[in-house]
Design a protein around this ligand. Structure first.
Ligand SMILES: Nc1ncnc2c1ncn2[C@@H]1O[C@H](COP(=O)(O)OP(=O)(O)OP(=O)(O)O)[C@@H](O)[C@H]1O
Ligand SMILES: [Mg+2]
Length: 279
C-alpha cells in the first residue's frame, strides 16, 4: 500500500521557493492500477517520483507498506528502489547494451550470478513477447519493442510496484493498446501495483481501476474510473471529457463509426486545458 500523508513539495529555497504539490492525501491499494491524470505541469511526475524518492517530500510523508520512507537513505533506499520498477516515455534504454544486457542490468547491480541473470533475463523477454531479440541493440527495435525491453528491465528485481510515467505517449494508438494490455497482464498475473501517469483520458479509461485528477498541484477528485468519468465534478475533468467527446465527433467517419481505435493516446488533457483557456 502506498500512502501520501499531507505531502507537500517545493522546488527552490528561501525567496525562490515554489510549492508545486499542496497537501496531498491519498492511498493506493496493493494490486491496484492507479492513474494520475492531469495537464502539463500539474505535478504528476513530481508526485509519483516521491514514491521511489527520486523527489523528496518537503513536508508530510510517503508511507509504503506501513513504513514512512520519506527520509530513508543508503542501503534502505537502495532496497526500497529494488521493490519499485519505473518506465518512462522515452524508454531510457542503454544504447550500448544488447536487449538481454539491458534487462539483466539491475541483476548485475545486485551481484546475481551470471547464469541466473541470463536465465531470468530470457524468461522476462519471453513474458514481454520479445523471445529471439536478446542480441539486438535498442536502435534495432521499434518504439513498442523498446518499451517492452524497458518493462522487462523494470521487472528484473521482482518489484511490487511499477511506476509508468507517460509510458505510451511516444507510441501510436495500436502499439499503445498492446503495451497497455501487457501492463494489465503484469498487474493481474504478477500482482504488481501499477501507478500510471497520463495526459490521456483514453489511456486512463483503458487500464486504470481508479484515477486521481491533478490540477495545479492539488488532487481535485478521485474515484473509480468509470464512475468518475460518468459523473465528473471538477471543471478540469469536465473540460477534458468534453474535449475528448468533441475530438471523437470529429474523428467519426461517414458511417458514424470512430476511426481511431480505443486507447488512442492523444494529448487529451493538454487539449482540454487549451479548450478551457479558449472559453
Ligand atoms: N527540478 C525542478 N525544479 C524546479 N521546478 C520543477 C522541477 N521539476 C518540476 N518542476 C515544476 O513543478 C511543476 C510540476 O512539474 P511536473 O513535472 O511534476 O508536472 P507534470 O504534471 O508531470 O507535467 P508533464 O505532463 O508536462 O510531464 C511544474 O511547474 C514544473 O515546472
Ligand atoms: Mg511529467
Amino acid at each position: 500500500m502506498i500512502q501520501f500523508d499531507h505531502l507537500k513539495k517545493s522546488y527552490g529555497t528561501g525567496a525562490d521557493a515554489h510549492e508545486v504539490l499542496h497537501d496531498i492525501n491519498l492511498t493506493i491499494n496493493d494490486g491496484e492500477v492507479f492513474g494520475f491524470l492531469g495537464s502539463s505541469g500539474a505535478g504528476k511526475s513530481t508526485l509519483v517520483r516521491t514514491i521511489n524518492l527520486l523527489e523528496r517530500p518537503t513536508e508530510g510523508k510517503v508511507v509504503i507498506d506501513g513504513k514512512d520512507v520519506s527520509h530513508v537513505t543508503g542501503h534502505d533506499l537502495a532496497e526500497l528502489r529494488t521493490k519499485i520498477g519505473m518506465i518512462f516515455q522515452d524508454f531510457n534504454l542503454f544504447q550500448q547494451r544488447t536487449v538481454l544486457r539491458n534487462v539483466t542490468f539491475p541483476l548485475e547491480l545486485a551481484h546475481r550470478p551470471k547464469a541466473q541473470r541470463i536465465e531470468r533475463g530470457k524468461r522476462l523477454l519471453r513474458l514481454v513477447g520479445l523471445e529471439g531479440f536478446e542480441d539486438r541493440y535498442p536502435s534495432q527495435l521499434s518504439g513498442g519493442q523498446q518499451q517492452r525491453v524497458a518493462i522487462a528491465r523494470a521487472l528484473a528485481n521482482e518489484p511490487k510496484i511499477m511506476l509508468c510515467d507517460e509510458a505510451t505517449s511516444a507510441l501510436d494508438s495500436t502499439t499503445t493498446v498492446q503495451i497497455l494490455d501487457l501492463l494489465r497482464r503484469i498487474n493481474r498475473e504478477l500482482g504488481v501495483t501499477l501507478v500510471i501517469i497520463t495526459h490521456s483520458l483514453s489511456v486512463a479509461r483503458n487500464i486504470c481501476d481508479r484515477v486521481a485528477m491533478i490540477d495545479g498541484g492539488n488532487i481535485v477528485e478521485t474515484g473509480e474510473t468509470a464512475a468518475l468519468f460518468a459523473n465528473p465534478q471538477s471543471d478540469i475533468l469536465k473540460a477534458l471529457i468534453a474535449s475528448a467527446e468533441e475530438q471523437n465527433g470529429r474523428d467519426e467517419d461517414e458511417d458514424g463509426k470512430p476511426v481511431e481505435p480505443a486507447g488512442s493516446d492523444t494529448d487529451d488533457a493538454k487539449t482540454a486545458a487549451n479548450t478551457e483557456e479558449a472559453r
